[in-house]
Design a protein around this ligand. Structure first.
Ligand SMILES: O=C(O)c1cc(=O)[nH]c(=O)n1[C@@H]1O[C@H](COP(=O)(O)O)[C@@H](O)[C@H]1O
Length: 277
């Protein structure tokens, strides 16, 4: 489990705020891996081995495992076990439900004794309000990563609606920040929303932001950092497909490392520019 200070220390040590997304798809992994008993785990293991010194977080997306039923869950549990302890482990589950159900989701992903998984952090949707978020806070030291302004095309459908408390995503950030401090709460802000980070930082000056959308979705790391980076970095930038599917040949792990290294090199420059290194 990584505390906020430990996460910041890792970022400085590795000169990286990269999160590698493990959106592992049996249709996209190299053919030779299908000869293994657990191709998903074999793929993840090699990606992790190839990138662990370049990133500070891993984010398996639950959908890519649940789609394969029991076997997929077994691959997810093995992947969780394999994740390096000096990296933040994020389960991208995007759950949201009434209190007692949220408590079960929290237990499923946070309580290793119950499920075999003890992730450090979970992504949560805020739509059902505070009682859909507080059950996760009962798990001491775990992070809750709340969707605020997503990278999706549909983000305009609801997230920019004007409310009495400002734009809906602003209201989400303000309300959720009353539930717990920045050592427990992060927000998702899509990299495709580079121009929005200045405003987001007005509402979330201290929170870490999980920023997906660099790579396959076209978001720019430079744009994100222009207003998103803080004196403690405050960013975890995720990329999934552009790293893990850089090649589908025998060299896929080396190709993934090369892509991760490109991002890590840019991140080191941004950390220096911000005076963090
Ligand atoms: O919560 C997320 O991680 C998330 C939020 C968001 O606004 N946009 C977004 O793309 N994601 C996730 O981030 C990952 C992005 O993957 P790539 O586009 O392949 O880098 C996927 O697992 C998405 O589900």
């Amino acid at each position: 489990m990584l505390s906020r200070q430990e996460l910041i220390d890792q970022i400085k040590q590795k000169k990286s705020f990269l999160c590698v997304g493990l959106d592992t798809d049996l249709d996209k992994i190299p053919d030779f891996l299908h000869d293994f008993e657990d191709p998903i785990f074999e793929f993840n293991k090699r990606i992790i081995d190839a990138t662990a010194d370049l990133c500070v977080a891993y984010k398996p997306n639950a959908a890519f495992y649940e789609t394969y039923g029991v076997k997929g869950l077994q691959s997810l549990i093995k992947t969780y076990e394999y994740l390096p302890k000096n990296c933040l482990s994020i389960i991208d589950a995007k759950r949201g439900d009434i209190g007692n159900t949220s408590d079960r989701y929290a237990r499923a992903f946070f309580d290793k004794k119950a499920s075999g998984m003890g992730f450090d952090a979970i992504t949560v949707t805020p739509y059902m309000g505070h009682d859909s978020i507080t059950p996760y806070l009962a798990y001491e030291g775990k992070w809750i990563i709340v969707l605020a302004l997503t990278s999706s095309v549909g983000s305009h459908d609801f997230q920019y609606l004007q409310t009495n408390e400002g734009l809906l995503h602003e209201a989400v950030i303000n309300k959720v920040n009353t539930l717990a401090g920045a050592e427990r709460i992060m927000f998702v802000v899509g990299a495709t929303k580079g121009q929005e980070f200045e405003n987001i930082r007005k509402h979330a000056p201290n929170n870490f932001l999980l920023v997906p959308g660099v790579g396959a979705q076209g978001g720019s790391l430079e744009d994100v950092c222009r207003y998103g980076i803080t004196s403690e970095c405050g960013l975890l930038v995720n990329s999934s497909r552009s790293i893990i599917y850089a090649s589908n040949g025998k060299n896929f792990a080396e190709a993934a490392r090369a892509e991760a290294l490109k991002l890590q090199t840019q991140m080191a420059t941004e950390l220096e520019k911000a005076g963090i290194l």
